[in-house]
Write a protein that binds this ligand. Structure first.
Ligand SMILES: [Zn+2]
Length: 138
């Protein structure tokens, strides 16, 4: 894709830049990209590191509805279950921490589901809608 002369120049410069991967030599040009892998130090073209997973595409809370329900588990234990928020679209572990703190209760994270010990529907409704989520159920 690059003219062979440019390729040679670029390889030469890349060699000189080894260990200075934070330099952006080609800033503002079509070659503005890291030339040396930060993990293995190889030129990008020779790097064999596995590609990183793209960051999760989180969905804005206003486009999601949290469905709350109170359920009774074994031994009469009551839990408030939050469904409708997927792991894909949310940082559920992070959200669980906030909800546990808000309720002063324990909780658990299951796939696409959060569970808070005890009946905290009203508190969770308020908390989740303050975060911007639409809320239903309870
Ligand atoms: Zn690499």
């Amino acid at each position: 894709m690059l003219d062979p002369v440019w390729q040679t120049v670029r390889d030469g410069i890349c060699f000189l830049l080894q260990g200075k991967s934070d330099m952006r030599l080609f800033e503002g040009t079509p070659w503005d990209r890291p030339v040396i892998c930060e993990k293995c130090g190889a030129l990008e073209a020779e790097c064999k590191c596995p590609a990183e997973l793209p960051p999760k595409q989180l969905v804005p809370p206003g486009k999601q509805t949290a469905k709350l329900s109170v359920e009774r588990r074994k031994k009469g234990k009551v839990v408030t279950v939050i469904r409708g928020l997927s792991d894909e679209a949310n940082d559920l572990p992070g959200l669980l921490v906030k909800l546990k703190n808000a309720c002063g209760a324990g909780g658990a994270h299951a796939p696409n589901e959060l569970e808070i010990q005890g009946n905290h529907v009203e508190r969770l409704k308020t908390f989740l809608s303050d975060l911007g989520y639409k809320v239903s159920g309870g």
